[in-house]
Design a binder for this molecule. Structure first.
Ligand code: HPA
Length: 233
């Protein structure tokens, strides 16, 4: 057991899918993994291990935002020896051409969070996914005929900044495709721990157009994202 994860040693697989919502972790385990069991319900931040195509995979809820994610990443890498972490989440598009339900594979993540500055004493680190894992996700999408967009994310600490479109101009002008709340720190902490990471996201809303996904759109794009993520584990 670590402080925030109730698993015994050996119960968490080398490869872990992480998502903000613990109930989504449960849904992934129930829908996609064989023989899945819950290894932790500490603070209701559920984690499960099961098998996909014979390979052991875990899925862990992390809560929303970088400070919460950091707790789970630290314990997964330092206490449980996890080697590969794939974020499967949602994001808000920052570009009118990006449609609800589109899938985005992150090429890098900028942030307004102070976490990187704390870690690097005020200097700037460029948070990037593992190149091999990112490429595997892109190739897997091609193989399965799933269209993905590849580009930069903005990981914000403040969800409701989305209501202020002016705030995004500078970032849109620097090529950001979407906003979410976790990938920047995932890439930074994975680099520090020497583990592989990448982020695959579905577009749940469009910040510029003020539109959000219907339940059906959410479901089908979620399935496509999962088919990519699970096959690169
Ligand atoms: N902003 C930040 N995070 C998000 C959003 C958003 O619009 N949509 C899904 N995650």
């Amino acid at each position: 057991m670590s402080i925030h994860i109730g698993a015994k040693q050996g119960e968490i697989a080398d490869t872990v899918l992480v998502c903000g919502d613990p109930l989504r972790a449960e849904h992934i385990a129930e829908s996609y993994l064989k023989d899945a069991f819950c290894y932790s319900n500490v603070r209701n931040m559920l984690g499960f291990t099961g098998r996909y195509n014979g390979k052991r995979i875990s899925v862990q809820g992390t809560g929303m935002g970088q400070p919460s994610l950091a707790i789970y990443l630290h314990e997964l890498t330092h206490e449980y020896g996890v080697k590969t972490i794939i974020r499967v989440g949602t994001c808000g598009a920052l570009n009118q051409e990006i449609e609800l339900g589109d899938i985005i594979v992150a090429q890098g993540a900028s942030t307004d969070s102070n976490m990187n500055r704390l870690i690097f004493s005020g200097l700037d680190f460029a948070p990037l996914p593992d190149y091999g894992l990112m490429t595997a996700a892109i190739q897997e999408a091609e193989k399965q005929n799933i269209k993905v967009r590849i580009g930069y994310l903005f990981s914000t600490d403040y969800f409701y900044f989305k209501d202020d479109p002016k705030r995004w101009e500078l970032w849109i002008n620097h090529g950001m495709l979407c906003a979410e709340m976790e990938s920047s720190l995932l890439f930074t902490m994975a680099a520090a721990a020497g583990v592989r990471s990448c982020s695959i996201l579905t577009v749940s809303d469009n910040i510029i157009l003020g539109k959000a996904c219907s339940t059906e759109e959410r479901e089908s794009s979620f399935n496509d994202m999962m088919r990519i993520a699970l096959n690169i584990c």
